[in-house]
Design a protein around this ligand. Structure first.
Ligand SMILES: O=C(O)c1cc(=O)[nH]c(=O)n1[C@@H]1O[C@H](COP(=O)(O)O)[C@@H](O)[C@H]1O
Length: 279
């Protein structure tokens, strides 16, 4: 690879748009598509989505759990999803939300960010709740291999604020610490850093304290767009002038249009146009 993840993502968003498509083969979706909830159904579903969206979307985001539930054969399907999406020109953000003590995080980082690994992808989601320093192996491995890391900051689910808005002994809120850490990691990176934050497209800024500062020099992954209620207007409301660096992420809202590949692809294009209109 020749350029940082942040540079590749910046170019891909400019060229293909700001929608990330989640490839999440829920059992209920396999059923809606008329497929069995088995490895053959998983493979048919996932590769049909890749064929429909990977040639047009800037980023695809397979959620590992939906593949892992079928064991090693499911993970083999995930490997194909990653490889075939990249071959079609999409960046792959593997949603695994890993995070462990540093020595174990190194093994996770090698699994997803070392190009020699069977599951190598462009970027990965991680959880910071073992401490920001525990993420160093992901950061260093990403820097070494031009990969990216997206750290959970303000998640889309309603339970998130109980932990993420909590104030530490130093008076700093947990999510602010995560965003500050990312700001330091991205310092000086142009046009965009490689260290992103996950900020749901459903969040509301706190009424009893200052707004979270969502400009930190890196990309934002904004899941919760679509099926969880987030809209283009929410992206404008939450991110304002930083919306250009926001990847709105939708899984079920696109996937439920299948197995009609044209309908899925058209939906991606239409949403990209709406997001582009935010400026
Ligand atoms: O990291 C994520 O992708 C993520 C973070 C978050 O705060 N909320 C969230 O929904 N997600 C993931 O985004 C996807 C949302 O799927 P839909 O609700 O079907 O669009 C799922 O794969 C979730 O695991």
């Amino acid at each position: 690879m020749t350029s940082t993840f942040g540079s590749r993502l910046h170019a891909a968003m400019a060229e293909r748009g700001r929608l990330c498509v989640g490839i999440d083969p829920h059992a209920s979706l396999l059923h809606e598509w008329g497929l069995d909830d088995d490895v053959a159904g998983l493979e048919r579903f996932a590769l049909s989505v890749v064929e429909a969206v990977a040639p047009v979307a800037s980023v695809v985001k397979p959620q590992s759990a939906f593949y892992e539930r079928f064991g090693s054969r499911g993970v083999a399907v995930l490997e194909r999803v990653v490889a075939e999406s990249r071959a079609a020109g999409a960046l792959v953000l593997l949603d695994v939300k890993r995070g462990d003590i540093g020595s174990t995080s190194q093994a996770y980082a090698d699994a997803y960010l070392d190009p020699a690994s069977p599951l190598a992808c462009d970027a990965v989601t991680v959880s910071p709740y073992l401490g920001l320093g525990s993420l160093d192996p992901f950061v260093e491995t990403a820097r070494r291999h031009d990969g990216g890391v997206f750290v959970l900051a303000l998640t889309s689910n309603k339970e998130g604020p109980e932990v993420q808005h909590a104030v530490g002994a130093d008076g700093v809120r947990v999510a602010d610490r995560v965003l500050d850490h990312l700001r330091a990691l991205n310092a000086g990176a142009e046009p965009l850093g490689s260290f992103g934050a996950v900020v749901g497209a459903t969040i509301t800024q706190p009424e009893d304290g200052p707004a979270f500062d969502l400009a930190f020099g890196g990309p934002v992954l904004a899941p919760g767009f679509g099926a969880q209620g987030g809209t283009v207007a929410d992206v404008r409301r939450i991110f304002g002038a930083s919306a250009a660096h926001v990847l709105a992420s939708s899984s079920r809202d696109v996937l439920r249009l299948g197995p009609d590949r044209v309908a899925m692809r058209d939906a991606v294009r239409a949403t990209n146009d709406e997001l582009a209109a935010l400026g």
